[in-house]
Write a protein that binds this ligand. Structure first.
Ligand SMILES: C[S@@+](CC[C@H](N)C(=O)[O-])C[C@H]1O[C@@H](n2cnc3c(N)ncnc32)[C@H](O)[C@@H]1O
Length: 228
């Protein structure tokens, strides 16, 4: 899978790509992650990517020309170009799994007041929001999505099973995890986890995952259809 983040803050991406699981995914050739500096497609002395909004008002708006030229150069027929936008469809585990099936993703990051609307209308395939709040730039959302997608690529996590047991994979939250010591400051690990009884451990994990989901995220529990 190839992911390119088109941004005016490429160094932010590079520092993230060079750590931990994303770095290992690249070393194992399971992912190619590129930070692409949008200012490469500017020609003036100040490398300008923004201008004042038509109609007046505060802030600056990102111009369409550098974005169009950049996309013409870096996209290929298989590319899916996704605009980071608080107005996009909400990101979720399900959307991450959908994107993990793609081979070539380009995340376009806005800044300032946003991007000339003609970009969203004509140059991108999708718009995604990472939540109902506004960040100063699209680079963090693009990195959040990159991280969530890359860890789903088979072979990226040490044990792929862990991605299948994490919160949301089966529609509910994960069960609690513990490690040594068995007791710390009087706080004990549940006895069942020390019992060696794998069936009892599996049942406890399922039950605690369900009870955590019921108390914290009841919206995730689908009502069972009642017969009339
Ligand atoms: C300050 S925001 C622009 C917000 C825009 N004026 C609005 O209210 O919809 C600048 C850029 O940050 C990114 N951004 C901010 N919040 C985001 C979010 N929740 N999800 C995805 N991208 C976001 C987008 O790329 C956006 O173009």
């Amino acid at each position: 899978m190839k992911i390119q983040i088109l941004t005016i803050f490429p160094d932010v991406c590079r520092s993230v790509f060079n750590e931990s699981i994303l770095k290992r995914a690249c070393e194992k050739n399971l992912a190619t992650l590129n930070a692409v500096d949008l200012r490469r497609w500017t020609s003036d002395r100040h490398r300008t990517v923004d201008d004042a909004p038509y109609g007046g008002g505060p802030g600056m708006v990102m111009k369409i020309e550098p974005i169009d030229q950049a996309l013409s150069e870096i996209r290929c027929p298989d590319s899916k170009v996704i605009l980071m936008s608080p107005q996009g469809r909400p990101f979720s585990d399900q959307v991450a799994r959908e994107l993990a099936l793609e081979t070539d993703l380009i995340f376009l990051c806005g800044h300032y007041e946003g991007i000339d609307q003609r970009v969203a209308d004509n140059l991108v395939d999708d718009e995604i929001s990472i939540g109902d709040y506004v960040l100063t730039s699209g680079v963090l959302p693009a990195l959040v999505i990159t991280d969530a997608v890359v860890r789903l690529i088979p072979g990226v996590l040490g044990d792929q099973q862990s991605a299948e047991q994490d919160s949301f994979a089966e529609g509910i939250l994960d069960h609690p995890h513990y490690t040594r010591p068995a007791e710390y400051k009087g706080w004990k690990v549940p006895d069942v986890l020390l019992s060696g009884n794998h069936k009892a451990i599996a049942e406890w994990r399922k039950e605690t995952a369900l009870s955590t989901t019921r108390s914290r995220r009841p919206d995730l529990i689908k009502p069972t259809p009642t017969s009339t």
